[in-house]
Write a new protein. Structure first.
Length: 671
């Protein structure tokens, strides 16, 4: 084992500061060897770790400490614009051209050394900016500070005893310099100078832009929540910043999907020290959390395993494997209490759960708990054929009045039904949304108008309703899809115009509404999927034509829309189930159809105008109070069915015209 003095000598070889920064003190575990450091109180850096060396004392580079300009090497398979997967998409994948920066490195220019101690955000931003720019797919000329950034050359750090620097570190130095001029010591500030951030880089390319909020200025640091740009046939770019403490969509799958879709992605997390408190009322340990610091890191790849994401940690210039989860049992213990023995966690967000990022304990023993606070991402390399890409075009039989998507055994399917003839198909979608294959067909009774899918313990169930006579069936599927299994047949009032499913507290509910009378009720579906019981009823205004329900932080929210007036309400379902709270209103325009989008990330919905085929992807804000357009596209005109489905992690919308049989499937780029 090498001692700390030796580690410091190796760090000095590459011009790094061997001592921790003034804002960071690393605490060593008394029982752990030096090679396994324990993450202690730190404002904005990661712990130093022992560096492996070969016989002559030179770092072998397994953590990249002696590389001059550290870049992930390109391999054979490229997914989207930036991922290299030597073993195929199911194996380990690496972000191409991502620098491995150390925020405290002595290769940073001498005039901004004072920015290094708290430089984790600037260093992570610089990592993402450089990666996205190098991996861009646009042929457009660079402008603005993006051109300045691209033209920064390698040089030296300007210290009294100067050392050579790389282009990546000179870019980081410039980011520090802009940040210092913006919010550094008063004597250093320059009016009008902003830190360089993702939305400005997107904005430096021409084209059709969408921004949220609509009055944001991409050149003003953190003025925009998201910003997208489309140059047809050349560039699709996007940048976003999401504050995520109160939501739970930030998962390994979501972050992996961002990487595969071309987003260079980073997160911020707050460091919390856990404390144990014996709770006599609970009869066990309660864990509380005290904030001790924060940090930011960029994601550099993913692989199979319990820690499937890889980060470039700017706190020490080392790569780690991590997992992002809200499962508290993923960490073995808290303040010496085994996770299984904790009766209650008092989360910093005040809610029943919160997302954390865990380092692989085989690489780093972390006594603190790292709760994810925000996600920042940038891409200049989304699909060249547009963010709404036609994946399939064909012609089906005419006359299908209802299409209902569902998933069984991890594969996407649909029910196709003709209310005039009673003809029904169970279809399985081909890979990459290339049409569908009928696996069962029959004839049912005529007149069914509403098909509503839901799941019990992950297995698909559905409800069918006849608006003319009020007949309602509660059904499910056999595993071989050879016909339905009818669990219950009941009678509801005739004339219902909307039946929408939602989940609250792990239980299935229905929103049941009549647009003619305004009558509204919430029903709870029983555990066997055979019936439902009304838990609340009331009267809303008449004329609501569409309801789109989505989950935010594990709670149901919805958008209600009136196609005659264009009015939309963004609502939150009360925990008591006694109606909803309206958080915001908007006018989306008249004559639209609203469709849910199936996406393992923030909530989105699609607005569709049948007369022209105009479609808009609306991204819901993370508090559920409003939505903003990210992309627009022209879809199949005259569609009578617009349904969402997801396949191999990709989100699709299928449009169908019952008169002509024309069908199109579109892959959606979401974030």
């Amino acid at each position: 084992m090498k001692d700390a003095k030796h580690v410091s000598r190796v760090l000095d070889v590459v011009g790094r500061r061997a001592e921790p920064s003034r804002s960071c003190r690393h605490l060593l575990s008394a029982s752990a060897p030096l090679a396994m450091l324990v993450l202690g109180i730190s404002a904005c850096t990661a712990p130093l770790e022992e560096i492996d060396t070969d016989a002559d004392g030179t770092d072998i580079g397994e953590v990249g400490a002696l590389e001059d300009a550290i870049r992930e090497s390109a391999q054979a398979l490229i997914i989207g614009s930036q991922m290299d997967c030597p073993s195929g998409a199911s194996g380990a994948c690496t972000v191409r051209n991502m620098p491995l920066l150390f925020q405290d490195d002595n290769r940073v220019d001498y005039d901004v050394w004072d920015m290094r101690a708290d430089g984790c955000y600037d260093a992570s931003i610089a990592t993402v900016l450089t990666t996205a720019l190098v991996n861009r797919t646009t042929a457009s000329s660079l402008t603005g500070r993006t051109l300045t950034w691209s033209n920064i050359p390698a040089g030296n750090n300007g210290a009294p005893s100067p050392i050579a620097t790389t282009k990546d570190y000179e870019q980081l130095s410039q980011q520090y310099r802009w940040a210092k001029q913006h919010h550094g010591p008063l004597a250093s500030r320059v009016p009008g100078v902003e830190p360089f951030y993702f939305h400005e880089m997107v904005n430096d390319f021409g084209g059709s832009a969408k921004r949220f909020p609509t009055n944001c200025d991409p050149k003003i640091y953190k003025s925009c929540t998201w910003n997208t740009t489309v140059i047809p046939g050349d560039l699709v770019g996007a940048a976003f910043f999401d504050w995520t403490t109160n939501v739970d969509h930030v998962t390994n799958d979501y972050l992996t999907s961002l990487l595969t879709r071309g987003f260079s992605t980073m997160i911020a997390y707050g460091r919390y020290a856990p404390s144990k408190v014996w709770d006599t009322g609970l009869g066990g340990w309660r864990i509380t959390f005290n904030r001790v610091g924060q940090h930011k890191v960029a994601f550099s790849g993913y692989q199979v395993g319990s820690f499937p994401l890889r980060i470039n940690d700017v706190g020490n210039g080392i790569r780690y494997n991590v997992t992002v989860t809200n499962d508290m049992s993923a960490k073995a213990s808290y303040a010496g209490v085994a996770a299984m023995n904790v009766k209650k966690f008092d989360f910093p967000n005040g809610r029943s759960r919160q997302t954390l990022m865990l380092y692989d304990p085989a690489q780093l023993s972390d006594v603190n708990v790292n709760f994810v606070e925000h996600v920042d991402a940038l891409s200049l390399g989304l699909p060249l054929d547009g963010p709404v890409r036609q994946a399939f075009s064909g012609t089906w039989e005419t006359g299908w009045t209802s299409l209902m998507p569902f998933e069984l055994n991890g594969e996407s399917h649909q029910i196709a039904y003709n209310s005039t003839t009673g003809a029904v198909h169970f279809d399985k979608f081909f890979p990459n949304a290339q049409g569908a294959n009928t696996v069962w067909s029959s004839t049912w009774g005529t007149g069914f108008t509403r098909f509503v899918p839901y799941y019990i313990n992950g297995y698909p169930y559905f409800i069918v309703y006849n608006t003319t006579n009020g007949a309602v069936h509660f059904d499910t599927f056999p595993s071989n899809l050879q016909g339905p299994i009818i669990n219950g047949i009941h009678s509801w009032p005739a004339g219902l115009t909307n039946i929408t499913h939602f989940v609250l507290g792990g239980e299935n509910y229905l929103l049941i509404y009549s647009g003619l009378t305004g009558a509204i009720r919430f029903d709870k579906i029983n555990a066997t999927g055979s019936d439902s019981t009304t838990v609340w009823s009331g009267t809303w205004g008449t004329g609501w034509t569409d309801f789109v329900v989505y989950q935010i932080g594990g709670h149901p929210y919805l958008t209600a829309y009136n196609s005659t007036t264009g009015l939309a309400h963004h609502d939150r379902v009360w925990e008591s189930l006694f109606g909803v709270e309206t958080l915001g209103t908007a006018n989306l325009g008249t004559g639209l159809t609203l469709s849910q989008i199936d996406f393992a990330g923030p909530s989105h919905f699609l607005t569709y105008l049948g007369s022209t085929g105009a479609g808009r992807i609306e991204r819901v804000t993370l508090d559920g109070s409003k939505a903003g357009e990210t992309w627009g596209a022209t879809l199949l005109a005259g569609a009578t069915s617009v349904i969402p489905f997801r396949q191999s992690g990709k989100s699709y919308t299928l449009t169908y015209n019952k008169a002509s049989g024309a069908v199109r499937a579109y892959e959606l780029t979401l974030f």
